[in-house]
Write a protein of this length. Structure first.
Length: 345
């Protein structure tokens, strides 16, 4: 109808072989207390009954789409995002076909973004069905930035993003970054484009694993490789003088890998020191106290494996930086003083 008021939110859900979960996922969206949305279901070449289910809903807000072939989750999300931008929606709410939302998810997040126009992204914590654990998000934009150094700060199916943010930055999901395209996407928005993101530390979604999906089909080694590539890209954006070996060590220590060696701890400290120095010089892009606490938390896991307290002796750190990493004595002492503060504070 020509006089029909345009809805404000485009809920975008890629669908691939999600027949066992899709109906519950869609119903959790249609049952939202916030009703001013359209739900786009884009089938990505499913070989089960997913598209038939997507087409079966009588609610006029449900808009089934279908790719002409399987294009993968990144391109499928990009197609829906471009569509939402073109049609002029205020917000894009991401959703996955195997997850279930709490009924107040959209109302909670839209209220936050409406109340503060300076915010571009709102994520939320979620319950992980497979483990019974939680994926917790930070509630302050300055802390979300810090989280970007370590991992994807926003669980993708909890994200609500201003459409104008994506239109202005032209940032999309990169197919060559799957299975970590979401980490790449949000790090570019938050770090590279400096777009403010906030989290709601409430479990607004139950996060499920679809064994037909990316997170199960891609080998862990491939995921780690892409994650390290993203961290190297972030390092370049921040202007850090680090190579792939240092970034690799930072990743392994941050993710508590079992095969971490003494030299990885040293590399981790070099990375940490550079971030802190750059942050101090650049006007505190990161929240300083939280940044240092995240670094210390990573190292605390290895206290029993390595003599961290012994390592924190400034002269020993200086000598180690010179001998193992080839730093000059001046740079090594500066690094050692900062590293000691990270270790023992």
């Amino acid at each position: 109808m020509a006089n029909e008021r345009k809805r404000r939110v485009a809920v975008c859900m890629p669908v691939f072989n999600a027949e066992p979960w899709l109906k519950n996922s869609v119903q959790s969206i249609l049952g939202q207390t916030y009703e001013d949305f359209d739900l786009f279901l884009c089938d990505d070449g499913s070989t089960d009954g997913s598209f038939e289910i997507a087409s079966s809903f009588e609610d006029p807000r449900v808009r089934p789409l279908k790719n002409d072939r399987n294009k993968g989750p990144a391109e499928t999300r990009n197609r829906m995002n471009r569509n939402a931008i073109q049609q002029g929606y205020d917000y894009i709410a991401f959703m996955d076909a195997d997850d279930v939302c709490r009924k107040d998810r959209l109302s909670t997040q839209i209220e936050i973004l409406d109340r503060d126009p300076s915010l571009d992204i709102c994520g939320a914590s979620c319950r992980v069905a497979l483990t019974g654990g939680r994926w917790r998000v930070s509630e302050e934009p300055s802390k979300v930035k810090v989280d970007c150094l370590f991992h994807n700060p926003i669980p993708t199916p909890t994200a609500v993003v201003r459409t104008s943010c994506l239109a202005q930055t032209k940032i999309e999901f990169a197919p060559n970054m799957v299975p970590c395209a979401d980490y790449d996407f949000f790090s570019k928005l938050v770090i590279e484009s400096n777009r403010p993101a906030i989290g709601v530390d409430q479990d607004l979604l139950t996060y499920n694993y679809n064994e037909a999906g990316v997170s199960h089909n891609d080998k862990r080694a491939g995921q780690i490789k892409v994650d390290k590539k993203i961290k190297l890209n972030i390092s370049k954006i921040l202007g850090l003088d680090v190579d792939s070996d240092i970034v690799s060590s930072f990743h392994d220590v941050a993710f508590r890998q079992e095969d971490v060696r003494y030299n990885d701890i040293l590399n981790f400290l070099v990375f940490a020191v550079q971030v802190i120095v750059q942050n101090d010089r650049g006007g505190a892009f990161f929240e300083t106290a939280y940044l240092r606490s995240r670094f210390r938390s990573c190292l605390s896991f290895y206290k029993s494996k390595f003599n961290i307290l012994k390592l924190s002796q400034t002269r020993e750190l200086e000598k180690t930086f010179v001998d193992s990493l080839g730093l000059s004595h001046g740079n090594a002492m500066t690094s050692a003083l900062l590293a000691e503060e990270i270790l023992v504070r």
